[in-house]
Design a protein around this ligand. Structure first.
Ligand code: G6P
Length: 607
């Protein structure tokens, strides 16, 4: 899983390869590389680590030339070493690859038996060797790529350059996205339109199975059967500016603190101007057409679905099934016309979520996507794409996208309740009024940051941490644990408070902090009982509640974090703040790489 870029330019391409790769770093950042054609012959620079390492390598040994391909990697086959970094070369061929070649092992053995020697442990290198072999047998570069594609299984986006061919670049996609960018006498390939934004907004998206032969002034696209096809050129409106951190030390805090304002933006998108009705620009889904909702996503977006299940079921009385996309797609569940499927993705490129969308298309009555990246594959392929309006999210761990996903879900749940007769006009208005308070309450919650930082100083010493929550706060416990794990590398688990006694309680001792998300709601006393069970066994409880909750149950806890009082409906949105900031401060306390934690990627484009 990786980001790929290709440029047939009019000037030196190395600096632009770096600029565009920087915008693909969300796809992986464990190593990177470029190949540039210099005086007719290809030269490579590769480096382990983030793009800065490649930048240094290019400073130390610059590359000149107007044609090049580049890659930023998230290792799948082979450790993140320089030898495994892309581009991979074989003879006259250089290739960059995003995806997984599933049959690379038999292909590699076949090539080894024929005398080929491999320089890396990657699946990708076999592609370069297959193309080189075909060219050695007399095929043109285009024929060699076509015959190679026919032998590959798995998912890929590929870009090729050829020694001695300064005006030729070939791209191909199956399962992983790839877009052509059009310039004035220049041609580009990129994993997405956002990467290409600094050079062009004129984009042609390749479709599944397509491959393309590019020169500076021409493109010939073929479909999977080898027929020449034309695909539309579209103008995309993506921000070419590289977002910065403002006054923040990390993108993560910038994005956490942006939540009140981006949430207000998301709300204004989905509310009528007088705040009396939910209004979905572009056409509201009709929830009366469906007997069931199926919500599918990965990671943090999945936890947003988990909260939404409570909202839809309680408010709109519609059954909801939720699943992580990687399970959903392979368990092949029955889906019918009376099901609405909602896929949720910040990036709109997560491979498992995209595959889940492909699975339900044509089966479900409607496929709705809740997405941040409006030019993404998921946004383009869904029947209806609903933007979350969070703005670019750079930090690998999701924060503002989560609260904006929740905002869209909250609006949809109110809409569904209204359409299905569970809320009357006054009820709809009353629920909206609660939502409208959320940005202000998020602001208040953020003011507790110093207390969260103080608690994090203790949390940073722990080896294991538990998070507890009930009802719609249970998914927040899961999200809190996920955030803490990914940012601070401390083992953490989230549990439904009532489930603790069925096993996890065995873990409790004075070294295991237990963080309880417990706003005063209908289930508060039950959560407090579970908290007491922890304290009775020497457990160290951090109670996250409102003033009333702390007054009622704070006694005997190790620490308390006061959140603003809020209606139970919106509590999951407000409690996202401590879930995020506790993880953030624990991580900074430990000195980990907050914005780009080890082994992770912002958008996981392999399954
Ligand atoms: C990765 C990210 C997570 C994110 C998940 C789903 O694992 O590190 O922060 O929640 O992918 O991403 P998506 O773009 O589909 O929301």
């Amino acid at each position: 899983m990786c980001g790929i870029i290709g440029i047939l330019g009019k000037a030196d391409v190395a600096p632009m390869l770096l600029t565009t790769l920087k915008r693909l770093e969300y796809r992986g950042y464990d190593s990177a590389g470029v190949v540039v054609i210099n005086d007719g012959s290809m030269q490579t620079r590769r480096a382990v680590g983030k793009l800065e390492a490649l930048e240094m390598a290019l400073k130390a040994a610059p590359l000149q030339g107007n044609s090049g391909i580049g890659h930023t990697r998230w290792a799948t086959h082979g450790a993140p070493t320089e030898a495994n970094a892309h581009p991979h070369r074989a003879g006259k061929v250089a290739v960059v690859h995003n995806g997984i070649i599933e049959n690379f092992q038999p292909l590699r053995e076949e090539l080894l038996a024929k005398g080929h020697q491999f320089a890396s442990e990657t699946d990708s290198e076999v592609v370069a060797h297959l193309v080189m072999r075909a060219m050695d047998q007399g095929q043109s570069p285009a024929q060699a790529v076509a015959s190679t594609l026919a032998r590959l299984e798995g998912a890929f986006a590929l870009a090729f350059l050829f020694d001695g061919e300064d005006d030729l670049m070939i791209g191909a996609r199956r399962g992983s996205p790839l877009a052509i960018g059009h310039g004035e006498g220049e041609m580009y390939l990129g994993s997405d339109a956002m990467a290409l934004a600094p050079v062009t907004s004129r984009i042609t998206y390749l479709e599944e199975g397509d491959w393309v032969v590019l020169t500076r002034n021409s493109q010939q696209i073929y479909d999977a059967l080898g027929n020449g096809v034309s695909r539309p050129e579209v103008m995309v409106n993506v921000d070419a500016m590289q977002v910065d951190k403002g006054n923040h030390r990390h993108f993560m805090t910038k994005e956490i603190f942006e939540q009140p304002s981006v949430m207000a933006l998301a709300l204004s998108h989905y509310l009528s101007p007088d705040h009396s009705q939910i209004h979905v620009p572009g056409g509201a889904p009709d929830f009366t057409r469906f007997d069931r909702l199926v919500l599918v996503a990965c990671g943090t977006a999945y936890y947003a679905c988990h909260v939404a299940k409570y909202w839809f079921e309680q408010m709109a009385r519609i059954p909801v099934e939720i699943d992580v996309a990687s399970e959903f797609r392979y368990r092949a569940p029955p889906i019918g016309r009376r099901d609405m499927v909602i896929v949720v993705s910040q990036s709109g490129e997560t491979a498992d979520t995209l595959a889940a969308l492909h699975y339900v298309k044509g089966k479900a009555g409607q496929v709705v996507a809740i997405i941040n990246a409006t030019e993404s594959s998921i946004a383009r392929e869904a029947d209806l794409a609903l933007p979350i309006k969070a703005g670019v999210e750079v930090s690998v761990a999701s924060s503002k996208a989560f609260t904006c996903q929740l905002t869209v879900f909250a609006a949809l749940a109110i809409l569904a309740a209204r359409q299905r007769g569970e809320l009357d006009a006054a009820g709809e208005k009353a629920q909206i009024a609660k939502l409208v308070h959320t940005p202000r309450l998020l602001d208040e919650a953020l003011k507790a940051e110093p207390q969260m930082a103080a608690a994090a100083r203790e949390l940073a010493k722990a080896r294991d941490i538990l998070f507890l929550g009930r009802g719609p706060l249970y998914p927040l416990a899961l999200e809190g644990a996920l955030k803490l794990k990914e940012l601070s590398y401390i083992h953490a688990e989230g549990y439904a408070s009532g489930e603790l006694k069925h096993g996890p309680i065995a873990l409790i001792d004075e070294r295991v902090p237990v963080i309880c998300f417990a706003p005063v709601d209908a289930l508060f006393d039950k959560t407090v009982s579970n908290m007491q069970e922890v304290m009775a066994r020497g457990g160290k409880v951090l109670l996250v509640s409102d003033a009333k909750g702390i007054a009622r149950a704070g006694k005997g806890t190790w620490a308390q974090l006061e959140m603003p009082e809020c209606d139970p409906f919106i509590a999951p949105i407000i409690y996202a703040i401590p879930a995020q900031l506790l993880a953030y401060h624990t991580a900074t306390e430990k000195g980990t790489d907050v914005d780009q934690p080890r082994n992770l990627a912002k958008s996981v484009t392999v399954e």
